[in-house]
Design a protein around this ligand. Structure first.
Ligand code: NDP
Length: 447
């Protein structure tokens, strides 16, 4: 009873203090919902204010990012870095460049990152950052000037043992390269301050593929628990960015048929199986819209209602685009069409109502903080290689990634059972991620 009251009070305070940040309150609610049996077993967590402290970022930095566009006009964006929790390691988490970015979005992502990073078993704390800058339609030179300006302010707050940003939506190899160059120029330090770097200057093999591959390794374990495999399964993947493309690649390698992908304009439905080479070229080289796919594959259907992708019948659905992209109606449509597994490549892509639909209908559901942790785990492997001054082979990193994803699956599944939520990976991942951070916070005193 006491645990329930404490959680209700913390949630009320979070909602009140952050009333203009709905995504952040949603992310906190989704974690807290699972913690009642934990607080019952560990009343000391509540007594020492662990819940009150864990929902408040250690530090939030907001800054101006002025830059010159190709017409020599001054443009101004807003930059963010939220250093959420450093109990188990230096802050670690991506940078998102997208017009929808605001403090609430960065806080929700930073909060999720704490538990995800903990689940990897590696020593990394939680953080996130970004800007409302939109790289879409900008020239390489505009992107470079923006990235340089962004880093000219951010460099004061980060460092290889302090805070190590990576990519996220809108931030890939090109942006990381420009930011790394500027950090080095300002500080004269050649250190692993960013991950997702190019292979010629300290990047790790497999980092590009890691989130997508890791997602598929995680789903492999989910399927295995029911005696199933990817072979012959139909898969629908939303998005066509970094996570989506490499999830599709690994799923195809394992014998699945990927029949649909999307971007924020619409989706393609190719019942014969999406030709990934075309997709990759369109998205990675041409930086064009997914609709272009139909110019080359005329039997493929295109729809400009990107949410309609969830009406396609499939065995496995992998949301890999953005937050809250599967609502209750989309979840019901997936269930009606007999979906077997839903696993989240994006962060918080399912609304709380959608998650309930999946759990109530016994759909195997892999929550983001467990299923997409492969990216940050491989980033942590990049940090290790940078500090050792050594590089592992593709096979070595891939094997470590696979092992980490298997561990996350078993840890989440075992913890769910131990705390009375058997089969519920949402609760298992929340609790397992939380426990390590809570123990570390307890040991370090009131800080
Ligand atoms: P990318 O920028 O490479 O790709 C994002 C994809 O999602 C694009 O196809 C984009 O379409 C689509 N998308 C973005 N915003 C929206 C929107 N509002 N509505 C519909 N579609 C949208 O990003 P990533 O692949 O890196 O990231 C995708 C998700 O995975 C994010 O939630 C991210 O936080 C999460 N993630 C990423 C990790 C990584 O290592 N990169 C690690 C863990 C999680 P369009 O081109 O039209 O914008």
């Amino acid at each position: 009873m006491e645990a329930k009251r404490t959680i209700a009070r913390v949630l009320e305070e979070v909602a009140e203090k952050n009333s203009n940040e709905p995504e952040f309150s949603q992310a906190v609610f989704e974690v807290m919902e699972s913690l009642e049996p934990v607080i019952e077993r560990h009343p000391d967590f509540a007594e020492e204010g662990i819940l009150d402290r864990i929902v408040e970022p250690e530090r939030q930095i907001i800054f101006r990012v002025p830059w010159l566009d190709d017409q020599n006009q001054v443009q101004v964006n807003r930059g963010f870095r939220v250093q959420f929790n450093s109990a188990i390691g230096p802050y670690k988490g991506g940078l998102r460049f997208h017009p929808s970015v605001n403090l609430g979005i960065i806080k929700f992502l930073g909060f999720e990152q704490i538990f995800k990073n903990s689940l990897t078993g590696l020593p990394i704390g939680g953080g996130k950052g970004g800007s409302d800058f939109d790289p879409k339609g900008k020239s390489d030179m505009e992107v470079m000037r923006f990235c340089q300006s962004f880093m000219t302010e951010l460099y004061r707050y980060i460092g290889a043992d302090v805070d190590v940003p990576a990519g996220d939506i809108g931030v890939g190899g090109r942006e990381i390269g420009y930011m790394y160059g500027q950090y080095k120029r300002i500080t004269s330090l050649y250190e692993g301050v960013l991950t997702g770097k190019g292979l010629t200057y300290g990047g790790s093999l497999v980092r590009t593929e890691a989130t997508g591959y890791g997602l598929i390794y995680f789903v492999e374990e989910m399927l295995k628990s029911k005696g199933e495999t990817f072979a012959g399964k139909t898969v629908v993947i939303s998005g066509s960015g970094n996570v989506a493309i490499y999830a599709a690649q690994k799923a195809q390698e394992l014998g699945a048929k990927v029949i649909a992908m999307s971007d924020s304009n619409g989706f393609i439905h190719d019942p014969f199986g999406v030709k990934l080479d075309t997709c990759k070229r369109i998205k990675e080289v041409e930086r064009a819209r997914i609709k272009r796919y139909t110019d080359e594959h005329v039997l493929c259907n295109y729809s400009d209602d990107y949410k309609g992708i969830w009406n396609i019948k499939c065995d496995i659905a992998l949301p890999c685009a953005t937050q809250n992209e599967i609502d209750e109606a989309a979840a019901l449509a997936l269930v009606k069409n007999g979906v077997m597994v839903v696993a989240e490549g994006a962060n918080m892509p399912s609304t709380p109502e959608a998650v309930k639909v999946f759990l109530n209908n016994k759909v195997m559901f892999g929550p983001a903080k467990a299923a997409n942790a492969g990216g940050v785990a491989t980033s942590a492997l990049e940090m290790s290689q940078n500090s050792m001054g050594y590089s592992w082979t593709f096979e070595e990193v891939d094997a470590k990634l696979k092992q980490i994803m298997q561990n996350i699956y078993y840890n989440s599944s075992r913890t769910a059972k131990e705390y009375g939520f058997e089969g519920n990976l949402v609760a298992g991942a929340n609790i397992a991620g939380f426990l390590k951070v809570a123990y570390a916070m307890m040991a370090q005193g009131i800080v």
